[in-house]
Design a protein around this ligand. Structure first.
Ligand SMILES: [Cu+2]
Length: 171
């Protein structure tokens, strides 16, 4: 007969291994999908590192199947927060947002969500999306361009992602 003490002694190593595996899988998932690291939550002493924009190519599957453009992005050393104006430039850790321009339009929109861009209804053919990482006072600190082709028949054609130009800051 197994006593409660004996069972606990046998169970402890198993639980420890399970806990380590859970931690490892979580860490692995974060490193594979999150390239910008953990968000800073403590005011930084001294000079903050330069903020950088990281852009991925549009997700292939929704572009091919439905012509929907999903562009993941994130920022290093800047948090996306809907706080604006010159007074917010002194916030630490640094905060900002993005400006998005499609096909060299004369206008852009601002987004402080930090969630992937989703563009639906673009006509078939080549397109270009400029993403500018800006500070809280709307000054550009980094930028990149994504070029891609929306297939004529989204259900049949294979998408053509032409590339991601991460701007002068990222040769
Ligand atoms: Cu702005």
């Amino acid at each position: 007969m197994i006593t409660l003490k004996h069972a606990a002694e046998n169970l402890a190593p198993v639980l420890s291994v399970a806990a380590i595996m859970l931690y490892a899988s979580t860490a692995l998932a974060q490193s594979a999908t999150q390239t910008c690291g953990t968000a800073q939550v403590i005011p930084l002493a001294g000079t903050e590192p330069t903020a950088k924009l990281v852009i991925d190519a549009p997700l292939a599957a929704p572009l091919a199947s439905r012509g929907v453009v999903v562009i993941p992005y994130c920022a290093e050393n800047m948090r996306f927060v809907p706080v604006f104006g010159p007074g917010a430039l002194d916030v630490s850790p640094r905060v900002g947002h993005i400006h998005v321009t499609v096909d060299e339009a004369a206008w852009h929109w601002a987004d402080a969500s930090g969630t992937p861009l989703i563009l639906r209804g673009l006509p078939p053919g080549p397109h270009k999306v400029l993403i500018e990482l800006v500070d809280a006072n709307h000054q550009v600190v980094d930028k990149g361009t994504v070029t891609f082709v929306v297939p004529k028949n989204a259900t049949a054609d294979v998408p053509s992602v032409q590339g991601v130009d991460r701007g002068a800051a990222h040769p």
